[in-house]
Design a protein around this ligand. Sequence first.
Ligand SMILES: [Zn+2]
Length: 191
Amino acid sequence: MRDGFIDRYSGGRLVFPGVLSILSDTLPDVFPYQDNWKTDQCHQAWWDLFPSIDHIVPLAFGGTNDEENLVCTSMKRNTAKSTSSLEEIGWKIYPAGKLPEWDGMLLWFWDYCRRYPEALDNSYTRGWYETCRDMEAVNTYRAMWPLAFLLNGENVLCRKCWKGYYRPFNPKFKINHSYICDNCGSHFQYD
Ligand SMILES: [Zn+2]
């Protein structure tokens, strides 16, 4: 969350693990996942996109668990870096991302699980859903996010019925503070 699902060693985008889990559950033949991450049985994207936490200075070399020593990176880079220092392998640290610009498809994941609850029959997916549900940072983000997307003119799924989309209450206004679901008629309001 803190790093905005950006790989701090490459600047590339990472994806919330629950999204990968849904893909593997839905398309096991083309997007396989293997518990022990065996490279021949686990799709390469798991290695490239799964956000893991790395110690910039490895614990074995006096690194700490302090926040400043922790960064988000892909499983592949995490494994490749292993116990090397950044200087040794010539890597640098890229800036963290901002959630409204890229959220690792976190909210896509949340919407998907709400619309297709059968996805939670998969225990790995369910675990990530519960993480998502229980994390305060996620909840704060979820509460503020419709606004950012509405202001961008994007389609935002209704928080109540999870079927309709918010439309401006009065489309004649250039700036809208009130939106209404085109399915259930519930309001989304901000000041
Ligand atoms: Zn609705």
